[in-house]
Design a protein around this ligand. Sequence first.
Ligand code: XIL
Length: 347
Amino acid sequence: MKRLLSGLAAIAFALAAPLPAHADRTPDDLRELSRTLRVHIGSAVDATALAGEADYRRVLNQEFNHVTAENAMKWETVEPQRGAYDWEAADAVVENARRNRQQVRGHTLVWHNQLPAWLIEGVDSGAIDARELRKILRSHIMTEVGRYRGKIRAWDVVNEVVDDTGKLRDSIWLKHLGPGYIADAFRWAHQADPRARLYINDYNLEWDAKKIETTLGIVKDLKAKRVPIHGIGFQGHLGIQYDYPGDFAGVMRRFTDLGMEAAITEADVRMVMPATAEKLATQADYYQRMLSTCVANKRCVEFTVWGFTDRHSWVPDWFEGEGAANIMDENLAHKPAYDALLAVRRK
Ligand code: XIL
């Protein structure tokens, strides 16, 4: 009798329990994973591939609910000649995102790389003085942020402003405008689109102690001055020949404890070629740990990969002898890293 009662109780409990039988079913794709994790899952978009490769376009739109233009919004692309803008590629990325219900990260407003030649040459020759340079920067930010007002969830306002020794990077911005350019850039971006989340973004910030301390200092200083800064972007460019940055979760916590939102903005995990099954397994583990770090922090709202296929990756061009950094291969077949992401759950 006792056994029967407890058996009945167990059945009643099972019927009443809110856990659906398929609670731990593996999501079908990254969009479904994103819904269960409540973290946006994004990819960088190669605008040329988006325009020309149907399979690339199909997988991008199927899998991701967030996108970042890999190059299309950078200054050299949007203003190749002074005053002559080219928004074609950037518009195409934003329009594709709208049609496919993807949110957009704007990348990037103030950087030391991929600046137009006219700007660098003008500053070098003295034809553009500091006063004019500040006006040019303001107009660049107001024009670009203004053009996409309401269509960009978050902007990388400043990118890589701390160097590898932990000092403010000796860019044309710092040299000619002084450190105040950072606060100016955030204020101008906020003026142009008051609802966009405004980020400071950097690489090696997952582990580089000097960069971490300096960046925390910048954030605290901006907040003390009531400058509109909302988010910290960890690029997440890792390589399996280095240890996984074991303290990443703690580092992220230090920023989010300041009230910042966080995002992993450019995740990829490169390896020395050739790829082997063992290396791909390590890569899968690194990807999984990065996404898990984001999921474990309530304020981490976005996990974006820097491209999803080894067919289009910056890695072979920038790191000699390295590659295979993405979650799908050249033919868009899922690598172990893709499945490792699908296996991540909220604790
Ligand atoms: C890279 C692009 O992927 C390449 O296509 C381009 O040639 C150089 O820039 N950090 C960033 C990104 O913030 O903008 C960089 O993207 C990769 C490193």
